[in-house]
Design a protein around this ligand. Sequence first.
Ligand code: UT7
Length: 335
Amino acid sequence: MSGGRAAVITGIGGYVPPDLVTNDDLAQRLDTSDAWIRSRTGIAERHVIAPGTATSDLAVEAGLRALKSAGDEHVDAVVLATTTPDQPCPATAPQVAARLGLGQVPAFDVAAVCSGFLFGLATASGLIAAGVADKVLLVAADAFTTIINPEDRTTAVIFADGAGAVVLRAGAADEPGAVGPLVLGSDGELSHLIEVPAGGSRQRSSGPTTDPDDQYFRMLGRDTYRHAVERMTDASQRAAELADWRIDDVDRFAAHQANARILDSVAERLGVPAERQLTNIARVGNTGAASIPLLLSQAAAAGRLGAGHRVLLTAFGGGLSWGAGTLVWPEVQPV
Ligand code: UT7
């Protein structure tokens, strides 16, 4: 989107539920250890929802904060990126819009697993470019612990709950906060690497599942790891090229917080120095679609990300799906 009407970030907010689970807590009920989790994933603790809490509850909290940060009470559309909608039908976004008092605006969900925020950015930018909306609230929220098998040590130690949101308005491509060219991709040949087999039209939630574990999220970690490194590296390089940036121009690298080793490996391949990497995985784990906006809001609040920083974003997730994009960080106050 060069030259024309662009989507510009004007507000950001993040939210994690109060309950904290440490690695030692997990090691009390699973065959794992604090040392294994820290060394293989970089995670020390994560936030989880209390029973009865749903994705929309997280989304509303993050949405409220982003609207406050933007100083807005109204938007023209709401996009919610999530893998854990409150229910299979209808979408969760209309309820989020209603609870935020946003009225009868168009509101719908985007399902791109851990790449959801970047696919959501493309969707929100498209709504703005097409003139459907002048202002969009994009929320990315996941309650991953609701689909994780609590007995599966390969996923239970990684995935967690959280939400992040941005407000985007119509503006010019050369303004700070304007979403730069996005690179997105998918590979359905590898959909089995990250999946919840049951609960959709193939294995309906109303019928018996062939295997009770099919209702849970599963991930083939080692293969996923390899693809994550390759795809995020390639997409980041292409996004930087499209923005006419050299990697040296990147002040802050904000990658989906999948695994600290993956992030280090992508940064190293790209040639991004460690001090330019933003990371919060140690404290929040892998929060799916919420990962990037939560990272950006926490980094901005901590002073690690400031106005004028050239930011390279990248994500990878189930689908498979991946993406990358650039933006110059605007003058915004995270809430
Ligand atoms: O966010 C969407 C995209 N997701 C990702 O990008 C995640 C990608 N994958 C990963 O982050 C890593 O593959 C994992 C963290 C999931 C696993 O780390 P790994 O270094 O790839 O371990 P591994 O799967 O190769 O397993 C190594 C060993 C195995 O034991 P054996 O077969 O060598 O005896 C596992 O059974 O570690 C064992 N293991 C564990 N041990 C202690 C697996 N999970 C655990 C655990 N605690 N929680």
